[in-house]
Design a protein. Structure first.
Length: 137
């Protein structure tokens, strides 16, 4: 019987780590390529694809919003016996909005980016509760 190498185990754990990515990811750098007063709704959609949300304003303008979220299970979640003691996930979320006037010309942009990590058991750190679902006082 052959021994399994550590790099092979790491590669399999990475491949099985599970990642969910709903939405359209737009970075701040991508958003900044569009110029207020110059870029149009059609240009934004042609470059980034269809927005995840579109709002119609009473003045004839509209807002195109691109939202994205991803959650990635940390690789140690898949190591037998270790996962009972240490479990964790990393997440990223973003929302980028483009506001257009009644002619379809860009009037404003805004964006938010959020990165967070979450752990359970020993990975929860000093704020982890000794008793699951314990209500803070």
């Amino acid at each position: 019987m052959r021994a399994i190498s550590a790099p092979l185990v790491a590669a399999v754990a990475f491949a099985l780590s599970g990642c969910a990515e709903p939405g359209v990811r737009v970075t701040e750098q991508q958003a900044q390529t569009f110029k207020v007063g110059v870029s149009t709704y059609d240009e934004v959609v042609a470059t980034l694809g269809a927005p995840t949300t579109t709002l119609a304003a009473s003045n004839g303008g509209r807002v195109a919003i691109y939202t994205y979220s991803a959650a990635l299970a940390q690789s140690h979640n898949f190591i037998p016996y270790v996962t009972h003691w240490v479990t964790g996930y990393d997440s990223h979320a973003s929302a980028v909005s483009f506001t257009f006037d009644e002619r379809g010309v860009l009037t404003a942009t805004s964006s938010t980016q959020t990165d967070a990590g979450a752990g359970a058991n020993l990975a929860a750190g000093p704020n982890g509760s000794a008793t699951p679902y314990q209500t803070p006082r």
